[in-house]
Every structure is written in C-alpha cells, then in structure tokens.
Design a protein around this ligand. Structure first.
Ligand code: PEP
Ligand code: MG
Length: 673
C-alpha cells in the first residue's frame, strides 16, 4: 500500500471537471485508489466521479491518497502530481457561503389563489418534464432496468455528439465539462443506485432517477463553497437528460404521486398543461405576480398557489414535506410536528366549486337599469373547457392558446391544433369562442435558452408571429378549419398599431386562399385586435377601421402603461389596476370601438374582480371575459348595480390623480358578492 497526504489548493476545489481529470488519471492504473478526508468525514473512490464529488473537497481540504495494487507507486505519483498541478484548472471563484436548511423553513410570497394544502414537493425545472411515480410489478422489473440502461446509452451518444461539436466550435476547454457529464453516466454510484432503487422500491426508472439524482444533489447543497455547490447543476443536467430520454422512449405513466406540490422557479403554461391535474394539489414558485400567466392559470384551475418566493426552489428536494398556505401567503418546508398538527385540522384546498344555483343561470346579465352585459370565459387549457357550461358563460371570450407552443422545440401539429380548437368550439356553444394567436415571447419564452434582455418589450406576440410565419400559418390554418364546426374568431395579440393588424391579416388571407385552393373545408373568421399597449390605445380609432372587434387586455395595459413588470413581485406595489392612466386607456378604447360600431370585450384579470367589473361597466364596457369560476360572483354583483349611477362614479375616477384616490372612490361602492 502506498499513501501520501495532499491539500486541495485549487481555488475551485475538487469540482466536476477537476474530478473528471482525476478519474481519467486514476482509471489508467490497476491499483485501487482512495481519497480520504483527513478530518475523517468522508472517503471516496478516485475512479468514481460522483464519489469524488461527494467528498465536497473545497479549497484547503486535506486529503490522504491511498493506492493499493501492483502499480500502486506509479498510481500514487500520477494522482499526487495532478493535485500539485491544481488539476490544470484556471477559473476564478467567488467565496459566497451557503448552507441548506433542514429545519422548518418558512418563506413568504404572494398568494394568487385560495386554499391551504399539505403535500410533498415535486420539483420542476423550467422546460423540464414532470416525473411520475408508478408501481412496477415483479415481472416487469427487469424490463424497467433495460429501459433505464437504454436511456443511459442514448444519453451517452447524445453527450458524445455534443462534446465533439463543442470541441470543434469552442475548443477543448469548453468540451471538458461534457467529459464530466459522460463520467456521471458511467458512474456506478448513479447507475447502480438507480437500478437498486427500481428493484427495492418497485419504482419506475424515471422516479428512481429523480430520487437518486436529488439525493446526489442534496450533497451539493450542503457544501460550504458556492462554486462547488453550483456544480450540482451539472448533475441536474445529466439527470434531466436521462429523464427526457426515459419519458421520450418509454411508456407514459398516468399517476403522479397523489399529493404533489409543484415547486419551480417559474412555470410555463405548457408544463402545467402536461401535468396530471388530478394529483397536483398546489403550486409554489420563485417568480410571478398576481397577473403573471402562471397565476392566471392556477386560479383558472382552482389550484392553491403562492408565487414570488424568490430563492425557495433551491432549498427544496423532491419528496420533502411542504405546506402551502395561500391564505397567509406562506409556504412551510419540513414542518415541525406541531406545525403539521396545526395545519392538519385547517387544510382547505382551493377549487372552483360549482354552485348548483349558478349553474342554472347562464347567458348575459342585466343591471338594475336594464343594461345587458355579456359574461364570457377565459380559458387556457382543454381541462377548463367544461367550465364554460358549468359556470354559465356566454362562450369563450379568450382562449390563450400558448400551451400548444411554449415548450422549446415542441409545437402541436396543424391537425392536433385543429382538434383542440374544434373541442373549444363545441364547448363554447352558440356564443362561440375567440382564439388568440400565440402570445409567446416575453414571459412565455419559446426558447428559454435564448431569452431576450427585455422580453416583455421584445419579440413577443404579434411580433413573434410575423417573424416566425410558419408557426403562425400553421395556427391560422388550424383555426380556419375548426371554424367550419361553429362560431370561432381570432384575435391578434399585442398589436402596436394598425400596421401590425394589416400584416397579420395578409397572412390570414393567404392561408384562407390556400385552404380554398386545396379544397380543404374551412370557414372565414372574425378578426379582432388585442388592445393592451399604449400605442394601440392612442391609435385605437385607426385600428378599429381594420378589425371586427377589440379585446382589452388590462393585464398588459397596466404593465405597459405604468411600466411595471406584471411578473415581478418586487414591484407588485406599483402594479395598480385602478390607476387613472389605465382607466383613461380603457375609456378611450371603449369610445373608439363605439364610434366604429365594433364590440369590445374586456378580458384581463380586472373583469374577474367584482368591484373592478363594476367600474368597467361604469366606463361603458358591456362585454366581459373572465376566469369561469368568477362568473357567478360577478353576475351577482352586476345585477345589483345601476349602470347610470356607476357611470357618474367612473367619471370621478377618471378625474382622479392617483390609484389611491380611485381606490377610495371605489371602496364606497356597496353590493354583496
Ligand atoms: C391581458 O393582457 O390582459 C390579457 C388578457 O392577456 P394575457 O394576460 O394573456 O397577457
Ligand atoms: Mg396580454
């Protein structure tokens, strides 16, 4: 046996790429090679990258290198030599410190829906897959192992190709990291542990990979060295690749663990769309504000949700116990037994309960003085289509279709989209439905890796469509074809002026002509424009001459009028829907539509809030579209008001100087919701 003490002097510690070098050198020898921390805390096999990384050897760590075998002296010299050369690493590191809390941890956020839920964390990364837990029968365990091994092989082939490309395009230095990824995939610590888990727990390979991956990651979160801790993301990368290859190739499992609480930095509509919603109990995210799309979807689906939790995601592991208290705007990770007991008796899940009385009431509502108001539904996902009938909506005022597109690289085909739009028309009934052309870019991000510096002001909505015409054409064709099944309209999102409308209409005309020449059955549609940016408000008269209707997107109108990011909880105090400038924009748009004799549907979150819906009627709105579950409440309130009286109040609000002044005026409204 030969041994020698060494110290990690590299500024970055013994991180992934350094460890990859070490494995490469150690593997050239027959002898076994072990690294022992001199503080006695851990020991690692120098031929296993994951084992080395679990030493958490940051700069200054003292280690003993032990070699045993016929070439032990050469092996020892080679490894010690590598240590003395700092593993040939040259990067810099910051010294921020971090430690993972394992005690009860409370984080404050912003409640965007109601309810209290106790469940288990299921971590979802942006753009990554959901992971199901499924029970595998004895007879199928071997097949499951083979499936896992096939995914490992596929991942390896992919990584080798990526490495080759990186080497050619960026140089050897940049390709190094993929060596580390490849070594992770070969490492028995990962592969054997996953296979053991599959057999011991009768688990599907996805779940096993996720659990083992999360365990490995948790080692990293305890490392008292930020740079090394960050290297955990390399493991996360490899696990995500494995998961993608597993779910891509293998069977889909329908059962999500029964009490899943989705914890994420942010959530895409497409990710929510892919979840088995019967089992998701709540959502907790680092980003988000009241009017963020994810919040809108959570409310629509009746999911308990707290957003704006800042850096909560990184503190969690899949399987951790969690309480989401949307009443207090708080989440509690690892609750103590006392906290748990306290909540066990107060648990109350949110949900759009279907009021049987409201179910009978449908169609438009009349104010006390006889003004008729149409109440429509905003929907995002096919799972919500049934709600249109359940809550007595006059059809669908806004179908946010983005879930069909927002996953990087994945777009529903024309036929698949056609099926969804047809189902929408069927659920909407005689009042029909309005499909919004993809409002991607901005918050939705079609390719998250290429985020723009300022996405809300970037290639979003109509701009995205006009740039990616093929995507737009496919959607337009699917909509035109579905229109043959019933009343369907189309709305163009975020137009800046009539120029955007004209360009979009030309594409729609071209696709109509093409469908006609192909003898495909379709029907023409009414075309509307979303009015949601100040330039559109200020030129609304011009836009009105070119469209069949307006839709007022108050969420974006607030965002762009007040220059307040709707998804940034840090500025949520400045997101003031009742700001006089916003009311002026709404009033101006309604007047422009009236003069042009076209309808205007108000479809932002504002219409879903009873007191605000009243004010909208005061400003002249007679067509509101909202979260279906809010329709009964808004109906009850509008039945009690006198539109004329409210108009007087709206004039006072328009003359106010600040949002506070408007809120004071609106507070005096009396009605029961
Ligand atoms: C809006 O901006 O108010 C709107 C209805 O669209 P979205 O919330 O999807 O941007
Ligand atoms: Mg909008």
């Amino acid at each position: 046996m030969a041994e020698r003490n060494v110290q990690v002097t590299s500024r970055l510690g013994l991180h992934a790429r350094a460890a990859a070098n070490l494995v490469r050198v150690a593997s050239q020898f027959q002898s076994s090679l072990t690294l022992q921390r001199l503080d006695g805390n851990a020991e690692a096999d120098a031929k296993s990258i994951l084992s080395i990384l679990s030493l958490a050897a940051s700069r200054g760590t003292d280690l003993r290198v032990v070699a045993q075998g016929f070439d032990e002296q050469e092996a020892l010299d080679a490894v010690v030599g590598l240590f003395s050369r700092d593993f040939d690493e040259t990067e810099k590191v910051d010294g921020e410190r971090f430690s993972r809390a394992t005690n009860e941890l409370r984080a404050k956020g912003l409640s965007v829906s109601d309810g209290i839920v106790i469940g288990r964390v299921l971590r979802l990364q942006e753009g990554t897959r959901d992971v199901y837990r499924a029970h595998i029968a004895d007879a199928d365990l071997e097949r499951e192992r083979r499936r896992f091994r096939a995914a490992v092989r596929l991942s390896r082939r992919q990584l080798e190709a990526i490495k080759d490309r990186a080497e050619k395009e960026l140089g050897r230095g940049h390709a190094y990291i993929f060596d580390a990824h490849l070594l992770f995939l070969q490492d028995a610590k990962l592969t054997r542990d996953v296979e053991d888990y599959i057999f011991k727990e009768h688990s599907n390979a996805e779940w096993a990979a996720k659990v083992v991956g999360d365990r490995l990651l948790s080692i990293y979160t305890q490392i008292n060295d930020e740079y090394l801790r960050e290297r955990g993301s390399d493991i996360e990368d490899v696990i995500q690749r494995l998961l993608a290859n597993l779910t891509g190739e293998g069977p889909k499992y329908p059962n999500l663990s029964e009490d899943a609480v989705i914890v994420s930095t942010d959530l895409l509509p497409s990710t929510i769309a892919e979840l088995n919603l019967n089992h998701v109990k709540a959502i907790a995210t680092d980003a988000g504000g009241w009017a963020s799309h994810m919040a809108i979807i959570a409310r629509g689906l009746g999911l308990t949700a707290v957003v704006g939790l800042r850096d909560f995601y990184h503190r969690t592991r899949t399987g951790d116990q969690i309480i989401v208290d949307a009443r207090a705007g708080e989440v509690i990770l690892h609750p103590t037994p006392e906290t748990f007991e306290h909540y066990r008796f107060t648990v109350h899940e949110a949900g759009p309960t279907v009021d049987t009385q409201a179910k009978l009431e449908c169609g438009p509502v009349k104010t006390r003085d006889g003004v008729q108001i149409t109440l429509r539904a905003n929907v995002e996902l096919p799972a919500e289509f049934q709600a249109v009938a359940d809550f007595g909506a006059c059809g669908v005022g806004l179908f946010r279709s983005e879930f069909l597109l927002s996953r990087p690289g994945l777009m529903s085909s024309e036929d698949d989209q056609h099926e969804v739009y047809k189902a929408l028309v069927e659920s909407a009934g005689a009042y029909g439905a309005i499909v919004r052309l993809f409002d991607v870019g901005g918050e939705f991000g079609p390719d998250l890796k290429e985020r723009e510096r300022n996405p809300a002001l970037g290639l979003r909505a109509v701009r995205f469509n006009l740039t990616h015409k093929q995507i737009m054409r496919t959607q337009v064709r699917a909509i035109l074809r579905a229109a043959a099944a019933g009343p369907l309209s189309l709305v163009i999102p975020m137009v800046a002026d009539v120029g955007d409308v004209r360009l979009a209409k030309r594409v729609i005309e071209e696709e109509s002509e093409r469908l006609a020449s192909e003898n495909v059955s379709f029907a023409s549609v009414q075309i509307g424009a979303m009015i949601e940016v100040p330039s559109a408000v200020l030129t609304a008269e011009k836009i009105a001459t070119e469209v069949d209707f307006f839709e007022l997107g108050t969420n974006d109108l607030v965002q762009y009028t007040l220059a307040v990011d709707r998804g940034n909880d840090k500025v949520s105090d400045w997101f003031r829907t009742l700001h006089p400038a916003v009311l002026y924009g709404i009033s101006r748009t309604i007047k422009a539509a009236k003069n042009a004799q076209i309808p205007v549907i108000v479809c932002g979150e504002m219409a879903s809030t009873p007191a605000y819906a009243v004010l909208l009627v005061g400003l002249g709105a007679v067509d509101l579209s909202m979260i279906p579950a809010m329709i009964p409440r808004v109906r009850t309130v509008l039945e009690q008001i006198d539109a004329n009286e409210i108009h007087e109040l709206a004039l006072k609000c328009l003359a106010a100087a600040t949002a506070d002044e408007v809120e004071d005026l609106v507070k005096n409204l009396s009605f029961s919701a």
